[in-house]
Design a protein. Structure first.
Length: 223
């Protein structure tokens, strides 16, 4: 697999700390939000195919590949939907700068499938489950029903992506005879900077098989 996926000349990629803050307010804010979501989905396409191709040396059942091919198709659908939203706002993917943090996370875990599953589906995509419902609400508040619908579909699909992550992470841990929760803690502390941010969408996470024993011990103590 190549170290980096092929990418269009634009958007310009910035360090995450140099990215402008985004909000749903105003047309410019909405555009920035949809653009950043499109960028995440494009990365998700590459990350999924990387998950399929990079770990081909690991002995895995056929259903592992079936699951992730389905995810790869859904990520492409998400990108296409958001690109369509951008077009409605007279914009296109590449008009704004984007950050390179997601691919960085992938490179850090390129040597170890369990670490990759811990960080990408079980930390980053699980975080999507926490933050998407409030985003849908905000889109509805400003009567942007088209964006809300788009995010609804993404939210529903992403629950499955986290579920596949949890399923295959448990599979790898079972095979090694290690406890999945403590293995997860080790990988996240090694490959992810900082604590996991509450509030958590406990219900959606649990439905995806990501029970609190995985993420609660990695959250900061409050009060
Ligand atoms: Fe997605
Ligand atoms: Fe996803």
């Amino acid at each position: 697999m190549p170290d980096r996926p092929g990418r269009p000349e634009k958007p310009v990629l910035l360090a995450p700390r140099d990215m402008p803050k985004r909000s749903l307010k105003g047309k410019a804010g909405r555009l920035a939000l949809i653009h950043s979501l499109a960028h995440i989905e494009l990365n998700a396409v590459d990350l999924t195919w990387d998950l399929i191709g990079r770990f081909a040396h690991v002995r895995l059942p056929r259903s592992y590949y079936d699951d992730w091919v389905r995810v790869g198709l859904e990520e492409a659908k998400h990108f296409a939907m958001l690109q369509e939203r951008l077009a409605k706002l007279d914009a296109t993917y590449g008009d704004l700068p984007a950050h390179d943090g997601l691919w960085q996370a992938a490179q850090d875990t390129g040597h170890d499938l369990a670490a990759r599953l811990a960080i990408i589906p079980l930390v980053l995509e699980a975080r999507g489950l926490d933050i998407t419902p409030p985003m849908i609400e905000k889109a509805r508040e400003i009567d942007d029903e088209d964006t809300a619908k788009c995010l609804d579909i993404i939210y529903r699909d992403e629950k499955n992506h986290v579920a596949f992550g949890a399923k295959w992470f448990r599979f790898l841990c079972d095979r090694q005879g290690i406890r999945p929760e403590s293995a997860f803690h080790t990988y996240v502390r090694r490959h992810f900077r900082g604590p996991l941010k509450p509030p958590f969408n406990d219900r959606a996470r649990s439905e995806a098989g990501l029970t609190p024993g995985f993420y609660k011990p990695l959250a900061p103590l409050i009060g």
